[in-house]
Design a protein around this ligand. Sequence first.
Ligand code: UGA
Length: 445
Amino acid sequence: MKISIVGTGYVGLVSGVCLASKGHDVICVDVDQQKVAKINAGQPPIFEEGLEALLQSVIGRKLSATVDLASAVKATEVTLIAVGTPFDGNHIDLTFIEQACRQIGAAIAQQEKYHLVVVKSTVVPGTTDGIVLTTLQQCSGRKAGRDFGVGMNPEFLAEGVAIRDFMNPDRIIIGGIDQRSQQTLRQVYACFPDVPVMETNTRTAEMIKYASNSLLATLISFSNELANLSVTLGGIDCTEVMKGVHLSEYLSIRQNGKSIPAKITSFLNPGCGFGGSCLPKDVKALVAQGRQHGQPMNLLDQVIKINQGQPERMIEILMRHMPELQGRTIGILGLAFKEGTDDMRESPAIPIAKALLQRGACVLGYDPIAMNEARHRMPEGTIFATDLDQVIQDADAMMLITRWDEFRNLPQILQDLGRPDLLLIDGRRLIDKQAVENYDGIGLS
Ligand code: UGA
């Protein structure tokens, strides 16, 4: 099929490259001329495992990029909208969605043939059959359902493994305002014959996305609330508690006498909190939508509050060992919000560094991938280490924030560098507590 995709952020670009590699003819559209030039030169503007190789295999053949949205729409049968939907504290900002719809509508006005417009961006329930549909109608002078279709197709890509997730989806949600929209959208995904497909209306599709991310966030905050009580009570390691919980038949399967944990258990672990561009934003947006409609979302409200408290928990643990932080150098291991990405949005490393700086500590940050990004995002005053060894040599204590593989060898590296007694506060409980002499972490008392 001929598909245009508006927005070349990580959702748009990953979707474009993957759909092109599945045989579709894809045109990626972005307002940023520099991004477009990079993509056309086979250079992805973001870091994502496997993206560069896949882009280079399709660019100029099955995929091209342009700033000319109208021509891209006219040259294709389906347009996917994958622009950003930032959260401004009260609601998600639909400016980019509206802008895209106005331009797509104007392009539809110029053509006779049926065109399907699909929202891929995460938008609160009621957006697609509301502002999207009406803007398209107004700007095209055509009627939705009769002259063009409208769909909603949420994405479930986790950063760092987005290519793998797109190529091996767990589900495909086809939201549409009518059967024709759904059928056309189904054809886009006909190249994934063995994947469960669910057809529904656009509002339900929108809610499925929020429900999925809110569940993950809830499991994390649930684990963290238990971790915090375990510490208060004393004598309980909450990581062990959660391991015991994972063994339940609801969360593991037994094979050859072994218990294999389900993937969901990777969200049931104590830690310094969730970050990224999705979980915090999506939960806040749903809470805000509930508030606006007179339906308080008490549980999800607490999910956010618990998460916001976790960075301070890290400081409390550190101060149990080091009551005076003034003038001490604290190494922060991992600045990205999670491993496998250079994305620092809402990373717990940011509030943790701020809290340390406020208490007069010197913050020495290190990340194997996100150093460039960190230079704009970390609070002023942060010093950046050239490598892990420098942190170990210069720090008075270290806090582990991101589950990078490189950090798994810390016990050995501490020995090798002659600093076996350096204090490590493990915000992800990545390291075996017995393997480091001076160890503490979230959920440990
Ligand atoms: C998340 C979802 O996992 C994807 O399914 C979804 O498609 C995506 O949002 C999206 O909406 O686009 P992502 O934000 O890339 O993906 O990251 P996750 O792997 O979910 O991790 C989110 C945060 O939770 C990270 O900061 C991670 O460190 C943290 N986390 C994870 C915990 O604090 N505790 C845990 O037990 C697990």
